[in-house]
Design a protein around this ligand. Structure first.
Ligand SMILES: *[C@@H]1O[C@H](CO)[C@@H](O)[C@H](O)[C@H]1NC(C)=O
Length: 302
């Protein structure tokens, strides 16, 4: 069908055929790349007075930070469960003192939150990937990692799988952290509050690099982080209803919602162990000094 359409523009006047070609290519790209989301459609630039930019027709987003301000964006949609991927390329060279945060969060004092935070460093020194999970306003569940590649040299995919049973953080498809639903032992789990994606690049040189010892070198400003290939395979939340509650027969093809029950198979459990053994530099679940009354209950099951 598309093939025959391609043969017809010759018959039209040139302006009509240009319009026609534009339409066809828009259709084609939505068939072939259903997930290569246009950032204009999904993202709102929220702060930084022009320091956040969507470029290349919606394919690329950049955040920048200088002495006067950082910048940030958020997703237009709210989600209640999803598998959300984005590619990030972090601030290159001397990024000490800067933090690039990329996270899901709901609103309010008892909010839920699932965080990736990238703590910058001097040229050649490793970034720290900091993660945390908040449920009903309570966090204190940090795990930190070094990466097995230079996150400033190229784009890499950072993913959050969030379903009713578990939260899995992944980097280039390799799971680095799993937070399981432990409601059965009394630990609140994020599952009732829709969340938005947020990201920001800001100055945190009071704590970010070597605990605040290394300060931001403003002669290197502006600092820039880049984003592309946003993909939310998710239940969107609109006016109190989830796109995944299938009262209407047309909603949610089951074939595309496998993530709703996804878990780590044995291969991925092995990869998670590999990361935790070789790249994890902090785990709240082993910090007995910090929790003298006993480790948080969910630590028993992970
Ligand atoms: C920065 O590099 C130092 C020295 O290698 C390292 O100890 C530290 O963990 C690195 N990352 C951050 C964010 O401080």
């Amino acid at each position: 069908m598309l093939k025959t359409n391609y043969q017809t523009p010759m018959a039209f006047s040139s302006s009509t055929s240009v319009l026609f070609l534009v339409l066809i290519s828009a259709m084609l790209s939505s068939f072939i790349f259903p997930s290569a989301a246009n950032l204009y459609q999904h993202i709102d630039l929220t702060w930084g007075d022009g320091r956040a930019k969507i470029l290349n027709n919606g394919d690329l987003l950049t955040l920048s930070l200088d002495k006067a301000s950082g910048s940030g964006f958020k997703s237009k949609n709210e989600y209640l469960f999803g598998k959300i991927d984005m590619q990030l390329k972090l601030v290159p060279e001397n990024s000490a003192g800067t933090v690039t945060a990329y996270y899901l969060s709901s609103q309010g004092p008892t909010h839920d939150e699932i965080d990736f935070e990238f703590l910058g460093n001097l040229s050649g020194d490793p970034y720290i990937l900091h993660t945390n999970v908040f449920s009903q306003g309570k966090g204190n569940r940090e795990q930190q990692f070094y990466l097995w590649f230079d996150p400033t040299a190229d784009f890499h995919t950072y993913s959050i799988l969030w379903n009713p049973q578990r939260i899995i953080f992944s980097v280039d498809g390799t799971p680095i952290r799993e937070f399981k639903n432990s409601e059965s032992i009394g630990v609140p789990y994020p599952k009732n509050q829709p969340m938005r994606i947020y990201s920001s690049l800001w100055n945190a040189d009071d704590w970010a690099t070597r605990g605040g010892l290394v300060k931001t070198d403003w002669t290197q400003a502006p600092f820039t982080a880049s984003y592309r290939n946003f993909n939310a395979n998710a239940c969107t939340w609109t006016s109190g209803a989830s796109s995944c509650t299938s009262n209407s027969p047309s909603s949610t093809a089951s074939s595309s919602s496998g993530w709703l029950t996804e878990e780590l198979d044995s291969t991925n459990q092995g990869r998670l162990k590999w990361v935790q053994k070789n790249y994890m530099i902090y785990n709240y679940c082993t910090d007995t000094k910090r929790f003298p009354q006993g480790l948080p209950p969910e630590c028993a099951s992970t």
